[in-house]
Design a protein around this ligand. Structure first.
Ligand code: PLP
Length: 424
């Protein structure tokens, strides 16, 4: 048995030995299509020569310099590429090593911002049920995934409360139009601001497209515009977690571009570095930075490996390849094809309740009964079975089990690399 603590302590996973393009190869030499890029990570596929060369070049010149003493070229250039043109008013970037760390930083930056501008009474966050913001305790407190929260509930922060996500497949009533359902969700959010006291709320946090917990659940038109208006009315920040849905995954560089709004703080990870190095970060609106400049002048937060030279060099190369090879065009084209094929093959399957997504980010929700939307018994561990059966057929996908509150079915996410071809 392995001495590594694997995700299961009962069964060791197979070894992955090599990756090339959209394929992973294990000990049996068989090519497995990396159909979900892990958890929507490997956006350029594996072994991209330009990214590998950028990492090697960075390693040859500078592996590490502490950010209390120095900046480095790759981090500066990565920030320029991401926010140099101030998309949606986002003018500054901060880099860490994961999506969870990015969420922690967003939470702390938002709290400190209100101290800087003289509103210390703001101590509360509103987030959503059936969401995921990471596994560290702050991010887990923000998240609304009942199964992940349950074991650690006594350790989670009471500063976070949760409202409903936008999940029309199950939550829109039969007698409601999309617009009425959105209005009901916005009324619920407004009521939560009122319950807490609007001037005590720091921010509303949401995934622009819900990733692992609901499975590629996109918001209905008008939802995020309404959310933005509520936050603005109460002087609260809007934090969008695009760890899974961002950096091109949904067909635009940022998923919020398709919602007609922009956030005050955005969290990025996964597709930022495409898995070539561990990297995440936050992109921050100019007015938030201005609050810090006029105040203490420093974000009271940091990590040893923040803005790591090699991680930033890898992410810079990934983003340059995506832009120069116009890969988002391919994300949109292949996404449309993937949707069409999924609907053709599974649209009428008796155990497929819903097929949803955007760009190259699609999920199939599996239900016991299509008519009643009844979920499978969690004890069946359907997600494990889907993973195994897919692997046997040469596909790595990302299946998730329904949560213990029984509010959603199992689903499998498909999030192929942006380089995928129609034939593949
Ligand atoms: N936020 C979202 C939306 C995610 O999907 C994830 C990971 O799946 C995270 C945060 C946490 O990122 P990490 O696993 O890199 O800490």
């Amino acid at each position: 048995m392995s001495h590594l603590i694997h995700r299961s302590l009962r069964q060791d996973p197979p070894l992955a030995l090599r990756g090339e393009g959209i394929h992973l190869y294990g000990e049996d030499g068989r090519a497995i299509i990396d159909g979900s890029g892990g958890a929507a990570v490997a956006c350029l596929g594996h072994g991209h020569p330009r990214v590998v060369a950028a990492i090697k070049a960075q390693l040859d010149s500078l592996a590490y310099a502490h950010t209390a003493l120095f900046s480095c070229e790759s981090a500066e250039r990565l920030a320029d590429v991401l926010v140099g043109h101030a998309p949606g008013g986002l003018t500054h970037a901060w880099f860490c090593s994961s999506g969870s760390e990015g969420n922690e930083a967003a939470i702390k930056l938002a709290r400190q911002y209100f101290l800087e501008i003289g509103e210390p009474q703001r101590t509360r966050f509103i987030a959503r049920r059936q969401s995921y913001h990471g596994n560290t305790l702050g991010a887990l407190s923000a998240g609304g995934n009942a199964m992940r929260r349950a074991p650690y509930a006594p350790l989670l922060s009471p500063a976070f409360s949760h409202v409903s996500p936008c999940y029309p497949y199950r939550d829109r009533r039969d007698d409601e139009s999309d617009a009425q359902y959105v209005a009901r969700l916005l009324a619920e959010l407004e009521a939560e601001f009122q319950r807490l006291g609007p001037d005590t709320v720091i921010a509303f946090m949401a995934e622009t497209v819900v990733g692992a917990t609901l499975g590629c659940a996109t918001a209905l038109p008008g939802y995020f515009e309404g959310v933005r208006a509520i936050c603005d009315r109460h002087g609260a920040l809007l934090i969008l977690d695009e760890v899974m849905s961002g950096m091109g995954r949904c067909g635009t560089l940022h998923a919020w571009e398709q919602e007609g709004i922009s956030p005050d703080i955005q969290i990025v990870a996964k597709g930022l570095g495409g898995g070539y190095q561990p990297i995440g970060g936050i992109l921050v609106h100019g007015r938030v930075i201005e609050g810090f400049r006029r105040g203490s002048g420093a974000f009271m937060h940091g990590h040893t490996y923040q803005a790591h030279p090699i991680a930033c060099a890898a992410a810079l190369a990934v983003q340059q390849v995506i832009a120069e090879e116009r890969l988002l065009d391919n994300v949109r084209a292949m996404g449309a094809l993937l949707e069409q094929r999924l609907v053709e093959r599974f649209g009428n399957h008796r155990h497929v309740g819903d097929i949803r997504g955007r760009g190259l980010f699609w999920a199939v929700e599996l239900v016991r009964d299509r008519a009643t939307k009844q979920v499978f018994d969690p004890a069946l561990k359907l997600n494990e079975r889907v993973k195994r059966e897919a692997h046997d057929r040469g596909l790595a996908c990302y299946p998730m089990g329904g949560t213990i509150d029984g509010r959603q079915g199992d689903h499998a996410i498909l999030a192929p690399p942006y380089i995928v071809t129609a034939a593949q």
